[in-house]
Ligand binder design. Structure first.
Ligand code: ASP
Length: 311
């Protein structure tokens, strides 16, 4: 029995999920973890508190998965706070896999989800500053509200929650929720709501999720790649390591790029690898809660201002 969530804010999300794991309800557990993160205003890239797009409007993406035949997602949700819960309805009540934009919000309305304001005051202020000052996100100023370890605070705008759980009955489930890249072009969708990119679960093998620059993760079908490697015999650590190395080899990297893969096998073994330092996974199991540094870092030197880094 184990739940793993991306970043150290996942510790509190895991606590919210734990009773569901004990009850043998992995799907409820990952949904509860995401709901927690979506409601926390100090987590500024998931749900309420998420930074908006370049038009000043927040849009949320999320997905949920039990197996290839049991998964769902939504992207570009603007008036509902819990994309993972709406994604679960897509999975449970429609013959489809992914709903997007206004039509996803309309579906949420029909399913009885309450509408919500998604733009938190702090996110509005950060957006106004960005609009005036433009360019690079100022981590030191925007980071004041969150008590994260200094190295992790560097990536605080990459705080998608990806969550994988193995419950007391041995069921695996995964969920992923994000507001995406801050100040993105309206309409941009990253890896997080896409089955096989930000999340993949194959019950006979294991599960994987991702966080970081969505375009890098999506281009290599990251979560699917990790699970497929495991299906072909790789250990979870080999699988996540190979995925970050694939990212490192596939793109011309910029200083703001990060990519993280997290895997949980069907026997409960987990592993996580990051492109760059400053990432932790939140783990909760019978040994208790903890935040753990990545097993493997592809580019261990933090990037310099100019973008050069030692390899
Ligand atoms: N992967 C997410 C996206 O690209 C964002 C993140 O994890 O930082 O939408």
């Amino acid at each position: 029995m184990r739940i793993v969530s991306t970043w150290s804010f996942g510790l509190a999300a895991n606590e919210a999920a734990w009773p569901h794991l004990v009850a043998g309800k992995a799907l409820d557990a990952v949904e509860a973890a995401c709901i927690y993160a979506e409601m926390a205003p100090d987590i500024d890239s998931v749900g309420f508190g998420g930074l908006p797009d370049s038009s000043g409007r927040v849009s949320l993406d999320g997905c949920v998965m039990l197996s290839p035949s049991c998964c769902g997602g939504v992207a570009g949700v603007r008036t509902h706070l819990h994309p993972v819960s709406v994604a679960r309805r897509v999975m449970e009540r429609t013959p489809h896999l992914l709903l997007v934009g206004q039509d996803a919000d309309d579906f949420a309305d029909r399913e009885g989800f309450a509408r919500a304001e998604l733009l938190a005051p702090g996110a509005r202020e950060a957006f106004e500053r960005w609009r005036v000052e433009g360019g690079v996100i100022d981590q030191s100023r925007d980071g004041a509200s969150r008590s994260l370890p200094a190295d992790e605070a560097r990536w605080r705008h990459h705080d998608t929650i990806g969550c994988l759980a193995l419950d007391a009955r041995g069921t695996l489930a995964g969920a992923c929720s994000t507001s995406g890249t801050p100040y993105k072009i309206p309409g941009r969708v990253g890896d997080s709501p896409i089955i096989g990119q930000g999340l993949y679960v194959e019950p006979a093998v294991g599960a994987a999720t991702a966080t970081g620059t969505g375009e890098l993760i999506a281009g290599i079908c990251g979560a699917f790649l990790v699970v497929e490697s495991m299906r072909r015999g790789a250990t979870p650590l080999e699988a996540v390591r190979d995925a970050v190395l694939r990212v490192a080899a596939s793109y011309r990297l910029e200083p703001q790029h990060q990519a993280v893969f997290l895997a949980l096998s069907k026997d409960g073994t987990f592993a996580h690898a990051a492109l760059r330092p400053g990432y932790r996974t939140s783990v909760m199991d019978l040994a208790g809660p903890r935040a753990v540094e990545a097993d493997f870092i592809a580019l261990p030197e933090a990037p310099t201002e100019s973008g050069a880094h030692a390899r």
